[in-house]
Design a protein around this ligand. Sequence first.
Ligand SMILES: [Zn+2]
Length: 470
Amino acid sequence: MIPLTLHPDRLFPADPATRNLARRLYDSVAALPIVSPHGHTDPAWFAQDLPFADAAALFITPDHYVFRMLYSQGIPLESLGIPRRDGGPVETDARKIWRTFAAHYHLFRGTPTRTWLDHAFATVFGFDERLTAESADRYFDRINACLAQPAFRPRALFERFNIEVLATTESPLDPLAQHRDLRASGWAGRVITAYRPDAVVDPAFEGFAANVAELGRLTGQNTATWRGYLAAHRARREYFRAMGATSTDHGHPTARTSDLDAGTCQRLLDRALAGTISDEEAEAFRGQVLTEMAGMSRDDGLVMQIHPGSVRNHNADVFARFGRDKGADIPAPTDYVGALRPLLERHGNARDLTLILFTLDETSYARELAPLAGHYPILRVGPPWWFHDSYEGMLRFFSQVIETAGFYNTVGFNDDTRAFMSIPARHDVWRRVACRFLAQAVVEHRFDEDEAFELAPELAHGLAKRAYRL
Ligand SMILES: [Zn+2]
């Protein structure tokens, strides 16, 4: 058997003095509770607290990081049990799916997915041998045996992971039944929602016109009028707030914002609903909604997040056969300085608004995001996201952002995950890399050790909690 060991000094620098300080800083924050203010876990897990089905359903089928890599090496998504849109046949034998994954586990060497999976295998399921084709069945059997036990139900794991608060994201069309059940259940775990209105904001979203009509039905507003459309957003935001939401989230192709007159907004809405809107008009429409959302946030206090720059469903064939979120979203260059200006002209100096900016375009960190957040009171730089939520990605973030924005214009960490088992691993990587960065700064006398010991818990816990008003 090949051993699986999580080295206690992993991700720390090799130089003994820096390593020693990084370790002491890490020891001071390792046990702090997890604040997870943005992510995509399923609230039904915590509302219903049913056992996870099996190892494949837990680690493979819901995780696009896993199957995009396997797909890139020629493994058909059907063989991994990814459901087809047309209901056609896909592999349903979980053990077979697991064996395919295990036989290709070497593909993940050097990726954060490998780090997260090994962390979960070792700390959650107690494995001390590496996942290989040879150990695949032992893994599958032990994980499944664990999942049948009460200690591996979602709520028990939530408590074991020491999660203080976890946000999911839901569409305005979601009745939030799971969140309602959660709140009524008496369970002490804090799982809250976040307002993610892309389905009724993006004219290119599947079923946009029907979605906007449904928004009208839910709120009693005439959403074919610009005024009614905005009123419907206000009403749903209020409902989300009542279900614990402290934030909104906007996943747009770009960071474009607009500040248009009401007549133009009505014309754009008309065309969006009729399906005759051009790409440029759709950009203007999405951008207008961002500016409107900023105004609403000033009224209702919801913290705003923009996650731009992902070209969604880049692979038309995979989208046609399997639908969205199948690992075919690819980053594109993203402009913030010009794109955010209309919103900033209207709201940039407000004292009652927080707007957290994320990027998939790392060239924007030092050039745009850090200078913007280092000036405008409403702006904060979100942590490394998606492809950059990794050891090297975090180091690039710290080295490019902190000198201009400072630590206090950042917001700690988001795990932004659908993979529940990866949450402790992702926060652990962040804490280790943050402590590594702080230790390096101290040994180079850029600031003092007592300041590093003050910053470490801020980066692990405090900044996220305050930025998201948790
Ligand atoms: Zn997200």
